[in-house]
Design a protein around this ligand. Structure first.
Ligand code: HEC
Ligand code: HEC
Length: 333
């Protein structure tokens, strides 16, 4: 058989791409100076977007830049405010021209560690996610083309794109810079973390009792597990018996068994991120606990784990105290 050069190179290319894809994510140990957290923290990032201090700073300027929206009034930080653990305190966020966004804004702290993004869990990387709010007509209502037209006039951004990425300001630069800033938002030093690391006396007796309830007596850790208190499952916690205008992941894939299912949210900094649930329908942590104690609403797809339980007032307060011990915003820079 005659040697076919182009097929040979195609095979080489496929091998090369396959090899690149199977490479594990790098887990560098970043310096304390970069992430103001104690000790050294491993922050995962994709191989094609190494985390550097320069990129984080560039991404931060973009994150706070309202020119990413159609009317130049809404930045990422409008809905993800640092003082509210990168949420906005609203039931549902407000986008361009006062429009009400589809959902409640989740926290971005520790988003570098998340295994999936959005309440449907359908977005797999922070880089991809950046495109969503820019184009969402209820959020920033713009397009990458429009954003680039505006930002390309900014000589500082142009210079940074060249010096950091060695290319013109484009979608590649914007998505990689913003996601780098998001990766720098680490929250790993709550009083609860220090308690787990063996520091005595950082949690009081009620908070410790609340942790016992959360992890042993009740079923919370069957979903809110791991270092960010989520197992990333997409399930229904029985919020409604009819989810109305937001049917959760069903809207993505039309699968009946996914009607009313949402990604289990992480619980770090949860006392700063009210109101709660995908639609911000529950105002306080106490009301969340009461929701679970009633076993949620009757709903076909409700997770069988969610069952009624009884807690007295003291125990409700203890569980709430534990959840409040998960606050740590020292990594916000
Ligand atoms: C108008 C308000 C608004 C703006 C502006 C906005 N977001 Fe969001 N963000 C939201 C809402 C609401 C969600 C939840 C959407 C969903 O799950 O369907 C979200 C979800 C996210 C998530 C997923 C978090 C998770 O836990 O899964 C990330 C990451 C994110 N936004 C980053 C950004 C970035 C970066 C920008 C700027 C380019 C931005 N957002 C602009 C409201 C906003
Ligand atoms: C079967 C999985 C599952 C179990 C078990 C579970 N949750 Fe959840 N939790 C979820 C899901 C899914 C959501 C989001 C639902 C939505 O947005 O509609 C959620 C949301 C929350 C929220 C709101 C977070 C936010 O940022 O909006 C809190 C607080 C919470 N759960 C606490 C608890 C506590 C306390 C327990 C134990 C009593 C518990 N959960 C048990 C799946 C679970």
């Amino acid at each position: 058989m005659k040697f076919n050069q182009s097929l040979f190179f195609l095979a080489l290319l496929i091998l090369f791409i396959g090899w690149r894809c199977s490479e594990p994510e790098e887990k560098p140990v970043l310096e304390k100076r970069l992430l103001s957290q104690p000790g050294l923290i491993e922050v995962p990032f994709p191989k094609d977007n190494p985390l550097t201090a320069e990129k984080i700073a560039f991404g931060k300027s973009l994150f706070f830049d309202p020119r990413l929206s159609r009317n130049n009034q809404i930045s990422c930080a409008t809905c993800h405010r640092p003082d509210k653990a990168f949420t906005d305190g609203l039931t549902k966020s407000r986008g361009v021209n006062g429009q009400i966004a589809f959902r409640n804004a989740p926290s971005l702290l520790n988003s570098s560690f998340f295994k999936s993004y959005m309440y449907d869990g359908q977005v797999k990387t922070l880089e991809q996610q950046v495109l969503v709010p820019i184009q969402d007509h209820l959020e920033m209502g713009s397009s990458m083309k429009e954003v680039l037209q505006k930002l390309s006039k900014d000589s500082n951004y142009k210079r940074l794109a060249k010096s950091i990425f060695n290319r013109e300001l484009d979608a590649y630069v914007i998505t990689r810079a913003i996601s780098s800033y998001e990766r720098s938002l680490i929250s790993r030093n709550s009083r609860f973390d220090r308690y787990r690391a063996g520091e005595k006396g950082v949690l009081n007796a009620d908070e410790i009792a609340g942790w016992r309830l959360f992890s042993e007596k009740l079923y919370c850790t069957q979903c809110h597990s791991g270092s960010d208190f989520t197992n990333y499952a997409v399930v229904s916690n029985g919020l409604y018996s009819d989810y109305g205008s937001d049917q959760g992941r069903y809207r993505i894939n039309g699968l009946e068994k996914e009607r009313g299912t949402f990604k289990v949210p992480g619980l770090r900094n949860v006392s700063l991120t009210a109101p709660y649930m995908h639609d911000g329908s529950i105002q306080t942590l106490k009301e969340v606990i009461i929701h679970y104690s009633k076993g949620g609403a009757a709903f076909d797809n409700k997770s069988p784990i969610i069952k009624p339980f009884q807690l007295n007032n003291l125990e409700i307060n203890q569980l709430e105290s534990f959840l409040s011990a998960l606050v740590d915003t020292s990594g916000v820079n």
